[in-house]
Design a protein around this ligand. Structure first.
Ligand code: SF4
Length: 361
């Protein structure tokens, strides 16, 4: 790359070498001791990267330990029923990750004799593995010099290189990955990628970057330009739509009614009887249509909010009673009466746990 285009990256070629050295030294001195950092085993790195998607390190640690104790190898993961994997995942959200992890393990075992891919390009052919995860696993486990720009790293790079165009566009993504590639050393690329992630998580944080504590502040173009906290710039996104729904709480002899979601999103997981509402639709009528026309719907007990990636849900939770002589919902809903003390044995989403808390309070 020419000196001119290197400067266009926001920092000069000579500064690049200094940035690499300073960042690696800082990381090796101060990195948090995390269980998946004590190994280069691809299974551990892959599992931790999937768990860490959209999830904080502190939340992931106990899940990682439990997963490793229960399913310590890719062969064990591939042989486990999906239900067991979902149970280990329960509470983490974004269950598609767990399903893809399981599918990928089965592909690795069935089609590759249990041998892991070695390059980022090969990793990306597996379900649930995008450019970031492929780069992270290949660089950390195999030392392949490929970048791994997750949200934290993209923010750090936008500031370090003073990238002031919107980042949430294809052009912005391409530009920031180009910077990630340009900055990456061929030696210790895994440590360097993790150093950028660590800097984003602990120092170059979204609202208030701690620039005085930053190991690369001398070379930070965003800091020199003033107000790095305003980077990265984002083009306004469309508002996330809000969807109303209703959930019914039915009790029988101290037990609570759960039904199984039909195939599709979150299919197979247990939940309170829940249904989405069309605009202006009455929660009472919707619950009767779902469960029984004579259902006695009591007062609303709570409204539970839950944010998904593409929409926000507001669930009206109502206590209900069967009309005399009826004990089961209509239709062929797969159902189960469960004592509250046994709810922990069920694979429940975070939303369902919130609903049950509201129902049982
Ligand atoms: Fe982020 Fe500040 Fe460090 Fe620049 S100097 S990389 S803005 S923490």
């Amino acid at each position: 790359m020419s000196a001119q285009s290197a400067t266009a990256m926001g920092i000069t070629t000579s500064a690049r070498a200094a940035v690499r050295r300073a960042l690696l030294a800082w990381y090796r001195r101060t990195a948090r001791d995390l269980p998946w950092r004590r190994t280069r085993a691809p299974y551990c790195i892959w599992l931790s990267e999937i768990l860490l998607q959209q999830t904080r390190v502190e939340t992931v640690e106990p899940y990682y330990e439990r997963f490793m104790a229960a399913l310590p190898t890719v062969a064990a993961l591939a042989a486990a029923p999906l239900e067991r994997v979902l149970r280990l995942w329960a509470g983490l959200g974004y269950y598609t990750r767990a399903r893809s992890l399981h599918r990928a393990a089965r592909i690795i075992v069935a089609e590759h004799g249990g041998a892991f891919p070695r390059t980022a390009a090969e990793w990306q052919r597996l379900p649930g593995i995008g450019r970031y995860t492929a780069g992270a696993v290949a660089s950390i486990a195999y030392g392949e010099p490929v970048p791994a720009a997750d949200g934290n790293v993209r923010r750090v790079l936008a500031r370090l290189c003073n990238y002031t165009a919107p980042l949430n566009t294809q052009a912005g993504q391409d530009a920031i990955w180009e910077r990630a590639e340009w900055l990456l050393p061929r030696q210790a690329p895994g440590d360097f990628n993790q150093a950028l992630m660590e800097l984003g998580a602990r120092v170059c944080t979204p609202r208030r970057p701690r620039c005085p504590d930053c190991p690369v502040q001398r070379w930070c173009a965003g800091l020199s330009a003033g107000q790095p906290e305003h980077l990265p710039v984002r083009r306004n996104r469309r508002r996330v739509p809000e969807v109303e729904a209703v959930a019914g709480v039915l009790r029988r002899r101290g037990q609570i009614l759960l039904v199984r979601r039909p195939p599709g999103l979150l299919g197979g997981m247990w939940t309170l009887p829940t249904a989405e509402l069309r605009v202006g639709q009455s929660p009472v009528r919707r619950l009767r249509a779902l469960l029984h026309p004579g259902l006695i719907v009591g007062a609303q007990r709570a409204i539970v909010g839950h944010q998904f990636t593409h929409r926000r849900l507001r669930v009206h939770v109502h206590a209900c009673e069967w009309p005399r002589g009826v004990v089961h919902p209509r239709g062929n809903l797969d159902r189960r009466w469960v004592p509250p003390a046994e709810l922990d044995a069920y694979v429940l989403t975070t939303l369902d746990r919130k609903l049950l808390r509201a129902a049982l309070d």
